[in-house]
Design a binder for this molecule. Structure first.
Ligand code: ADP
Ligand code: MG
Length: 339
């Protein structure tokens, strides 16, 4: 009864909790790990700067990058597409797009292979250079995420993408700490320097950066071993394995991938971080409610047993008390509907 009330109250607030077992486990969470891009941050990024490498121009960089990103689902892609639109660039179609999880993507644009992604991807493809590393350091130090663009195997330029923390992020983390959550960590595929800039502004000291989707799952396993029951909050982009590894996977926003919403234990219909705190508070209230109801029922039965032994209990009293007790237990459980 308590669980049904709580699940209904949560659903009304756009928090879908997959069953009573999950709800009760949520009450025991000790550690919460957050994905960065699209979760702690708005994920509505914008392009703050664009540099070109010798012999190449802005249009070329934007054309190739925007064409490729029009096939990707990553928030970085949206920023680049908006930038191209702002500069009235005619974006050609891209074919054969392939996402490279935690790194970037590749596609064919105007018959040439285009590669877009982070410095690590470019190093791995043998496209690293002093110039590239210098740009990477400069952007990262400003808290910008560098996105490199190569056309036909030649780096043509780089875009600096900036993401802002959600307005509710700092406050939500504070509320989580107030609930006694021992450990709050940030997991990200982003560059360590850029990631630390965001983490510092939110007061998160445990930052794990440069993680591929599988590394995020490993980080979750490590934190879980150290701190106990762990909830992972993510948007489903590159963090589905981590959501699945956590005791409780909390997927934010239906905009996240359908697969992530399916594997999640808790799905937040909107991109609202305060709902994470709400879910934990509700689960604890539910557990307290269940305990109170059990204690009340046992106390009443105990009292009756004593009266029966003393010979003062009648059958009608027993019936009335039992009915009354059920009603009180139900009424108490229904209070959760207002949580
Ligand atoms: P986060 O953990 O912050 O959500 P992701 O794991 O989604 O980040 O991505 C990690 C990094 O890979 C990004 O910071 C970016 O540098 C690069 N990346 C991933 N997808 C793309 C893309 N479509 N375009 C450009 N860069 C990308
Ligand atoms: Mg993400």
């Amino acid at each position: 009864m308590s669980i049904v009330s709580a699940l209904a109250a949560a659903a009304r607030k756009g928090v879908l909790i997959k069953g009573g077992a999950r709800l009760e486990q949520l009450a025991t969470v000790r550690c919460v790990a957050f994905d960065k891009t699209g979760t702690l941050t708005k994920g509505r990024l914008h392009v703050a700067d664009l540099v070109t490498f010798a012999g190449h121009n802005r249009d070329e960089v934007l054309r190739a990058a925007a064409a490729l990103e029009s096939r990707s689902e990553h928030p970085i892609g949206q920023a680049i597409i908006r930038k191209a639109a702002l500069e009235n660039i005619a974006v050609p179609a891209a074919v054969g797009f392939q996402a490279i999880p935690g790194r970037g993507g590749e596609a064919i644009v105007d018959g040439s292979p285009v590669l877009v992604g982070n410095g690590r991807l470019f190093q791995e493809r043998g496209l690293g250079s002093e110039e590239l590393t210098a740009v990477e350091n400069e952007f990262s130090n400003r808290g910008w995420t560098p996105v490199f663009v190569a056309v036909a195997g030649v780096p043509v330029g780089a875009l600096a993408v900036v993401d802002e923390p959600r307005e509710a992020a700092a406050e939500s983390l504070q509320m989580l700490r107030a609930l006694g959550i021992e450990k709050i960590a940030m997991l990200t595929g982003d560059h360590a320097v850029a990631a630390r800039a965001v983490a510092a502004s939110l007061g998160i000291d445990d930052v794990r950066a440069d993680l591929l989707p599988a590394d995020k799952a490993d980080a979750v396993a490590q934190l879980r071993a150290k701190y106990g029951t762990l909830a992972m909050v993510g948007d489903g982009v590159n963090d589905a394995p981590a959501l699945a590894t956590a005791d409780i996977g909390i997927a934010m926003g239906v905009a996240g991938s359908a697969a992530a919403l399916e594997t999640a234990d808790v799905a937040l219909m909107a991109d609202e971080l305060p709902k994470v705190t709400y879910a934990i508070r509700l689960s604890r209230a539910t557990v307290r409610n269940i305990r109170a109801n059990i204690a009340f029922s046992l106390a009443l039965k105990g009292a009756f047993l004593v009266m029966a032994i003393l010979g003062v209990a009648t059958l009608w009293m027993a019936v009335a008390a039992d009915m009354g007790a059920s009603l009180i237990v139900i009424a108490n459980a229904l209070r959760l509907l207002r949580e």
